[in-house]
Design a protein around this ligand. Sequence first.
Ligand code: MN3
Length: 200
Amino acid sequence: MAFELPDLPYAYDALDPYMSAETLEFHHDKHHKAYVDNGNKLAEEAGMSGKTLEEIVVASHGTNAGLFNNAAQHYNHVHFWKWMAPNGGGKSIPGELMKAIDSDLGGYDKFKADFMAAGATQFGSGWCWVNVKDGKLEISKTPNGENPLVHGASPILGCDVWEHSYYIDYRNARPKYLEAFVDNMINWEYVAELYGAATS
Ligand code: MN3
């Protein structure tokens, strides 16, 4: 099926001051749109237009770099917009997910430190993640558009650490952006929904 650019699930200025309308306008309207347009063109050329997005991501990994980069980034951004919400972040985490963070990730404070470290130490562009793998939570990081789907894991939370995601608001201070993401922007309800789907 053809990729489509989804609308943001909130107003462009809804995450201000943690993520500005200017950042979201460039990031959603320019960067994500380019992944959609290029992905559609390359999926058609590869004869994969009939497959689902997840199937295209997995099938193109290691075999068609151009298609993989654009399809994976489309997948990552479709979720990234939903991984954020106004008045998000912090410790207001639905019960089952909080229990898993305690048992699998060593509690909220350790999750926060390890997730931020994964994002801060991803050299160059990439993502940091919380995934479900073999029924348990894990934290990981990936370069460029790569995502946990190609490592047999289900991502339930991801933060975009490409400079286009933070340079307007934080300049080079990636750790400050990561801290604002964790403290003020994570949509824990959506993370919990994905956690439920990945463990049921
Ligand atoms: Mn991005």
